[in-house]
Design a protein around this ligand. Structure first.
Ligand SMILES: [Fe+2]
Length: 485
């Protein structure tokens, strides 16, 4: 029995393949089409997925007709896309039976049924599903029951995206840049104005807004005089979001019995805020692709209502060759920077060692060197990947294998390239089971230099998706003159 989960026709499409109950493949459409955040499926992705055979069933990640209803209700008739999913899939030659999950249940199921927890409180926060914007679930054994649901237009995610657009960034894409800008601003300057202008109140799990922010808030005209004001708005936005998440999680931990938390939805990509979860819960799981693209997996698990063994995030296109440790170490020693494209690509937005641009994190010039190559704003920090057993020697706070939390760096003077302006780092810990090839590379680097970590950022040409196959890797090497192994 082959089951495909599909999340598409909106933004950042993805496809997951299950053979019986084993998750054998999952990838973003963009990696095969070369179009960043590609909303649609493509024939290369589908051809690759067919390596495991024709699907017997597809589970779609949301209810298309309910979504259309909401779009009509919200006056978005101009935005309507195909809502006959059978027709949509037929264009790609997919003709098997189709079943449907709901948007937030797909989020919840992607998290809970991959968590390994026998019980959990599940919190999903995003911009919008069909009508839902924030949902809370109780997971117990194989059951997933809804505890609370907040409906459109009251949406924390839409508000955060609106503020992203208000500071001149791209909504539904650049929220992570707003989060990074926050460290350079004064959270107090616009705080009361934002709260006053946008929020009715935040009470327990209820977060109510004064207006529908679906089309942004470019009409909102605070007194902006300097570029610094943009950073101050970012700081206030991030700080208010963290307070909201804190209030919601405090309520959930008080009223629901489980000591385990599953956090999902696009807002669970906010690594600065995610660390709050550890204040209230003993164990926290965020499936490493918590946004809508992760719902390709979630749709199927929602349909099945059953836990699976989480196979790790290396689920995409597979470049089958031995992990190249020796040449990478040599390149790092002499040129400080090197690309690696090896094994199955990461499912999710983070490069975790198989499609990574790696650099020596020591010294003051590395951050500018890598930022210049990636043509990013100079303020943006990079993440470290560290041998798991050394993490607590260098960082204080939450760490994990998927760069989902931030921890305070104990030696920012030695490793400025991987430390943000607020003194924190988004740490990837690497154990023997997480990624054996990358682990051996870090071990060899440590043996050679005494430094147990590397700077790890995504291997992509600016504006393009992450490198997927051997051809993309070659293009990257030619474009930047950086070796890729
Ligand atoms: Fe979502």
């Amino acid at each position: 029995m082959i089951t495909w989960g599909i999340s598409a026709n909106s933004h950042d499409a993805s496809l997951a393949v299950f053979v019986e109950q084993e998750l054998v493949f999952a990838s973003h459409s963009e990696r095969f089409s070369g179009i960043k955040n590609d909303a649609d499926l493509n024939t290369k992705l589908i051809q690759y997925a067919r390596k495991w055979g024709e699907p017997d069933k597809v589970v779609w990640y949301e209810r298309p007709f309910r979504k259309t209803l909401r779009q009509l209700w919200a006056g978005q008739g101009w935005f309507l896309k195909e809502n006959n999913i059978r027709n949509y899939l037929r264009r790609y030659g997919i003709t098997c039976p189709v079943q449907y999950s709901t948007h937030h249940r797909s989020h919840a199921a992607a998290g809970y049924y991959t968590s390994g927890f026998v019980d959990a409180s599940v919190v999903c926060v995003d911009s919008i599903g069909e009508f839902e914007t924030l949902s809370i679930w109780q997971g117990s054994a194989d059951r997933l029951d809804k505890y609370y649901s907040q409906g459109y237009p009251h949406s924390v995610g839409l508000w955060y995206s609106a503020m992203t657009q208000r500071v001149g960034l791209k909504p539904n894409e650049d929220e992570y840049i707003l989060m990074g800008m926050a460290a350079y601003g004064d959270p107090e300057k616009y705080r009361s104005q934002i709260l006053e202008d946008f929020f009715y109140y935040v009470n327990g799990v209820e977060v109510l807004f004064k207006e529908n922010l679906h089309r942004g808030c470019l009409h909102w005209r605070p007194d902006l005089k300097t570029e610094q004001d943009q950073y101050d708005i970012a700081a206030a936005t991030q700080s208010i979001y963290e307070e909201i998440l804190d209030t919601v999680l405090a309520h959930v931990s008080k009223y629901l019995p489980s000591r385990n938390l599953v956090l999902m939805g696009g807002c669970a990509l906010n690594c600065s805020a995610n660390s709050i979860a550890h204040r209230y819960f003993d164990r926290v799981w965020i499936m490493p692709n918590p946004g809508d693209a992760g719902s390709a997996v979630g749709a199927v698990l929602s349909n099945w209502n059953t836990h699976i063994v989480w196979p790790g995030p290396y689920l995409g296109y597979d470049i089958q060759r031995p992990y190249p440790i020796k040449p990478i170490i040599e390149e790092l020693k002499y040129n400080k920077i090197v690309g690696v494209a090896n094994g199955a690509a990461e499912y999710g937005p983070r490069s975790l060692g198989n499609r990574s641009l790696l650099a020596d994190p020591r010294g003051v010039d590395v951050k500018d060197l890598v930022n210049d190559i990636k043509q990013r704003q100079r303020f943006r920090p990079f993440a470290p990947a560290i041998l798991a057993e050394h993490a607590q020697d260098y960082f204080d706070g939450a760490t994990g294998p998927y760069m989902q939390f931030t921890a305070t760096c104990k030696r920012p003077d030695l490793y400025p390239a991987i430390v943000h302006a607020d003194g924190t780092s988004r740490v990837q810990t690497v154990s023997k089971t997480d990624n054996p090839g990358f682990r051996k590379l870090l071990e060899a680097w440590y043996a050679e230099t005494g430094c147990p970590m590397l700077l790890n950022t995504s291997l992509n040409i600016k504006g393009q998706p992450m490198v997927n196959n051997e051809h993309d890797a070659k293009l990257f090497a030619e474009h930047y003159g950086i070796k890729v192994y």
